[in-house]
Each structure stands twice: as C-alpha cells, then as structure tokens.
Design a protein around this ligand. Sequence first.
Ligand code: GDP
Ligand code: GDP
Length: 448
Amino acid sequence: MTLPSEIAVSTEPTGYIPVVAVVGRPNVGKSTLVNRIIGRRQAVVEDTPGVTRDRVPYDANWSGRQFTVVDTGGWEPDARDRAAAIAAQAESAVATADVVLFVVDATVGATDVDEAAVKMLRRSAKPVLLVANKADNNNIELESATLWSLGLGQPHPVSALHGRGSGDLLDAVLDALPSPPPITEPTERGPRRVALVGRPNVGKSSLLNRLAREERAVVDAVAGTTVDPVDSLVQIGGETWQLVDTAGLRKRVGKASGTEYYASLRTAAAIEAAEVAVVLFDASEPISEQDQRIIGMVVESGRAVVIAFNKWDLVDDDRRYLLSKEVDRELRRIPWALRVNISAQTGRAVDKLAPALRTALDSWETRVPTGQLNQWLTALVQETPHPVRGGRAPRILFATQAGTRPPRFVLFTTAPLDAGYQRFVERKLREEFGFEGSPVEVSVKPRK
Ligand code: GDP
Ligand code: GDP
C-alpha cells in the first residue's frame, strides 16, 4: 500500500487564475498600462535602459475577478533584428497567456514592427485585444480607428497615463477570459467543519464524548443556526467547531453496525463534508493498512490534516520507539501532517487539538502573493537550475498560485520538467512557505 505522493501532481491545472500578457514595441506604454491595471503608479516603469523586466507577473483584480497580468518588456530596443526580437517575444508571451493585450502607440500608428508581431499573434489561437494607447484626447481616439488595418479587430483606445478608456478595456479583458471557476467558498462562514476519522476502535467515540462535554452550552449559544442533525457542535480551545457526521459515533449501541465497505463510504462522505480531518491512530498498536488507507483518502481529498495518536496513556518507552520507526516508514510521504499525541480516556493533550486544527486550516487557506512567489522562485532557479537533458534545459518562466483550500500552484515552463526537479521545487516551496498540515498541489503548464 503506497500513499499518494507528498504533493499531488497534475499536469492540467484546475481552476487556475488566468494570465493576461501585455506585449508590444518598446515605449508604446506597456509598463504604464500594467501599472494602470494593477492600480499602482510608477511601480513598474524603469527609466534605466536594458533593465530586464521580461515576464514579470502581478496580481490584478477587476470587478472582483482575479487574474495575473504579465509585463513583457524585456527586449533591447536597439536589438539588431527588432522585428525578429518582437516576434519571438510575442510568441513566448502568447504561449503562456489566456488573453494577450497587444499595445500600439496610437499617436504613431501601425509600424512595420507592429505588423511583424501581428503576424505571429494571428497564428495563435489565443484571444488578442488591440490596445491603442496614448489616446489622451478625442482626436487621437478617432484616429486610432485606422488601426483596424492591423486585422486584430476593434482597437481599444486607452490612455494608460491618464486612465481614459482603461475601464472599458478591462471589461473587454474579462469578457475574453475563460469563464471563472464556480465559487466553492461559502461567503458567510459558520463553525469550521472537522471530520473525526480512523479505523474502528481507535477511539473516535471516546474523543467525541470527551469533546462533547461542553456541547450543550454551544448548541444554546448558536440557537437558530442550522446544523445537520448528524453533526455535533463542540467547543475546542474556546472556539466552536462542527464535527461532521458524528451521528454514528454518538449512538454506538453495538459495534457490529455496517461492514468495512460501508464504514469506508461513510468515512469518505465525512471527509468530503469537512475542511480538516483529524485522523485517529491507536498509538498502542502498529500502524495498519487500514490506517494508511484512511490517511490516503484524506490526503487525496485535498483536505487539511491533523494526525492524532490516541491512547497515548498505553504507550511506554518501547512502544514509543517502535512507533517512531513506523511513522518514519509509513508516513514519510506526508511529513507536513501535524501530529498530536492524545488520550481520549484521560484527556491528555486533548487541548493540543485546537491549535493544530487552526494551523492546518491557516495553511490550507494560505495565499502567497505572486510577487513574493516569483522572487523566491527566481532565486531558487538561479541557484539550482534544471539539469540539462540532451543539450537543453526546460526553464520555469514564472509561477502563480491558482487557488487555495488547499494551496494550488502552477509553474509556467518552456517544456515539461523532470519529475525529480519538480519534486525539488515542491519541497523548496514547503521549506519557504510552510503549509504545515495542508496538502499542496503543484502543476506544470508547459507552453505549447
Ligand atoms: P513600454 O516600454 O512599452 O513599457 O512603455 P512605458 O510604459 O515605459 O512608456 C513609455 C513612455 O510613454 C513613458 O514616457 C510613458 O510615460 C509614456 N506613456 C505611456 N502611456 C501613455 C499615455 O497613455 N499617454 C501618453 N501621452 N504617454 C504615455
Ligand atoms: P471508535 O470505534 O473509534 O469510536 O473507538 P471507541 O471510542 O469506541 O474506543 C474503542 C476502545 O478504546 C474503547 O474500549 C475505549 O474505551 C478505548 N479507548 C478510547 N480512547 C482511549 C484512550 O485514550 N486510552 C485507552 N487506554 N483506551 C481508549
């Protein structure tokens, strides 16, 4: 029985935050436009010639929709073959983008260099919006209609410097983006939902009984809230938590109720309904296949995890030593899972549960700002580049965090990464940002 790897790896990112690339000749106002879009002034524009700001991603938000805007200003204005340079740059930007903003200087009109870039852009299947920038007044705005000749459809007249037309442009950007993922996060948050899971006899009912002592007071305090009758509201660490699907644990007349098959369906449903799972182990017994299966289910579900070694009152020095060996062996794929050693019977360390649940949920909901993420990644890749294979090494262009609950990251690359290198990046990601108690997903999006 093998556990899923430490980090679930998929090649197709799910519900990722879309990428908008800004391309165009030097000096048409790309940086100014990016600043306008991210609502910051003078943050990006560099007067130093030659400053590489190739593919710098920023977090952006318009009408509540999040996206990443990538400034692609990095080629030398005096490169010898400018047309080729812009074409190559546009090609690369287009490959990683969901929508491309092609910026033209409306006061200059379409140039040969613009036309060379357009050829490249039109070959791509990506949506391209033509931005006629520096349309500071009505006259220039009217003249910008001549840019229809570029064959990219309607020009969007904008003054990135003064803001004129930028709202309309952003509306058009949202229209061109892939449809947003369904909203799964509840807007109004009740008590955090916790599943107590583990094979029979590990002590789930006992723990529930211990926690439920304060339950009556809790139920009174939140009268009027609708809690599924199969759930329990309990106070742990001064906070109210909703233990999901505890009906079966509460009754517990006889233990013969249900086969292992039904028990595992029930466990799966509880995990599904929860945000964080407490996986109980009987610390006095060896970690079994069934224990592993349950923890595997939790990790695969993407929920936050706390492992509780119960019956700690039965653990002596010999057992403690054996258990540490078992943990090293059986749980080595999930070193990030938080662990507490408790006794539901004596109450030992049960108060450690709440802080562990809190930490796991905080990790689960962590969002790393795109700037910070890419600063870290740039340094990492510089220090330890991808190994060269057959004369070439794939490059990571940039990364974004696609979502939370659990944290999901997308690496935009020139080609698929070696599995070993991907794991290295994933491990370093945890070293840098923590994510204690939460699974993390990393996917790679090679440009096509
Ligand atoms: P980039 O090289 O394409 O990133 O261009 P920059 O954003 O650095 O802008 C080049 C120059 O054009 C700067 O001096 C900007 O202030 C100016 N600029 C940018 N947008 C506008 C605009 O909408 N109107 C006017 N008049 N000037 C602009
Ligand atoms: P469940 O099947 O997971 O709900 O487990 P139960 O709560 O029914 O517990 C199974 C058995 O383990 C019962 O006999 C409990 O009294 C015992 N038990 C539960 N927790 C502890 C503990 O912390 N220490 C000891 N020594 N026994 C425990």
